[in-house]
Design a protein around this ligand. Sequence first.
Ligand code: DX5
Ligand code: ZN
Length: 220
Amino acid sequence: MGKTLLSASLLSADFTNIESEVKKCEENGVDWIHYDVMDGHFVDNITFGFAFIEQSKKHHNLLCDVHIMISDPFLYARRFCRLGADSLTFHYEACKSNKQIFQIIDDIHQCGSLAGISVNPKTPIEVIYPFLHSLDLVLIMSVEPGYGGQPFDFSVLEKVRKLRKYLEENEIKNVKISIDGGINGKTAPLAKEAGVDVLVSGSYLFKAEDFKATVEQLKK
Ligand code: DX5
Ligand code: ZN
């Protein structure tokens, strides 16, 4: 396993100063920028969509890690990739069938982007095993999707361990494990110990008094 990567969730950034927020990430060792797209239907919150991603992306060169919490990922996956999602992660719970999941992964790869699937805290990790040979990323939700600033659900650490073990036993080397929700100075080391490659952090990172020190703390 390589070095832990940090993906900064813009959900907790200052939207009125997005250019300086993404530059701050770029200059202080953040690896990816995490965009949380919510449609008010798959989750009850509504955030931002195409234009916001397209425009803010112009101000940074970090990997554009788009997490779509929307009801119809099949309809929109290609569009997000074409406008700049270097990695596109959709929800298992939003899909109609395994066949459709393979179609979405294929659509994402045809656009040249990385494909990720996300599972909610209550969804068993085994449901995504059939797709692992085609995926680049598995995003394990450690809070119910919808809002930043919620407390970490410690029960998902077991899912991370299980998935890490499965990847190792089956010699699947190209899939990264990401964790999203409630990541802070206390939960980050536990997530890393369990086998996570990518930490997504929103409120803890953007509300920190010392941004650079917090990036270092989370990544170390
Ligand atoms: C929640 C989002 C997260 C959120 C994490 O549905 O997917 O990316 O921004 O925020 P924190 O780090 O504050 O839990
Ligand atoms: Zn997210």
